[in-house]
Write a protein that binds this ligand. Sequence first.
Ligand code: ADP
Ligand code: MG
Length: 321
Amino acid sequence: MLQIEHLSKSYGKFRAVNDLSLHVPKGDLFGFVGPNGAGKTTTIRMVCGLMLPNAGSITINGVNALSHQREIKKQIGYVPDFFGVYDNLKVKEYMDFYGSMYRMNSKEIERISDDLLELVNLSDKKEVFVDTLSRGMKQRLCVARALIHNPALLVLDEPNSGLDPRARVEMKELLLNLKSMGKTIVISSHILSELSEMCSSIGIMDHGNLVAAGRIEDVMESVFGSNQLIISLEEGRETAVRIAREHAGVRIDSVGEHELKLSHTMTQKQIAKMIGTMIANDVVVTGFHKQEGDLETLFMRVTGENAGQEGEKENVAESYR
Ligand SMILES: Nc1ncnc2c1ncn2[C@@H]1O[C@H](COP(=O)(O)OP(=O)(O)O)[C@@H](O)[C@H]1O
Ligand SMILES: [Mg+2]
């Protein structure tokens, strides 16, 4: 669906995106993650045809996005990281405005915008001024607007920034809903755990470089060598240990009174099957989860964010000398 090859972009002498190659398959909900300044927005703006790269290629649905900008814009819905100011514009007028930019007739706009406002749960806000909406509502309205021309690819730049937890959950549900409708979605964030809840694959960017990409389990495995899993149980500990040992790619790290810690290279499906076997063999499993902090550790390891922060501190110190 989206194929990026050797993409580079510099601002003057500063290289914001460096030789980035990435493939997002059709129907994927792909998470693009990296600390502030990593180059996410720059990459997204190039994908959406708002900025030209210095080198590299972008292909969307087999079409060269750089030489066929007009055609490509019909295929992309873009939700920018900054929501503009819309004085005296009502939600319905806002949708009309964007619909008319795609040369849709007013009947068509009305029908589609009704459907979209329903989808993003804003049907009852049609006559409300855009500027008075909550941040979460504005973000959802922005998604509705980005979908007005029925694009195959939806690209969202940090849609969760500034949202409260409830609004984040609503955004997540909306994106999962769109995915189930067959949209291909790329979403960026500087918080990995936020994306890992909904994305099956991710790309981690740092200082302009794509440092890791692929399915979350695979990225974890390539960084840690394995994943950690904690199984909580009440009864049947010996049986649980035996069953875990029978699985390829499992190492038992520790056996506690009510807890089994494993390192593994299994897929989510295989984990679910293994737990199922335990339960079928009378192990009383009360819960299981990935080791806490895993994602943060992963993020720190691949981005070397600590190093960056120290560097910044040094610069600050320098400027005070
Ligand atoms: N218009 C610009 N001119 C100069 N430098 C820029 C410009 N836009 C972004 N940058 C720099 O490029 C780097 C990447 O920025 P950006 O793509 O916005 O990263 P992210 O979205 O991951 O936070 C940052 O160091 C930023 O300061
Ligand atoms: Mg950004």
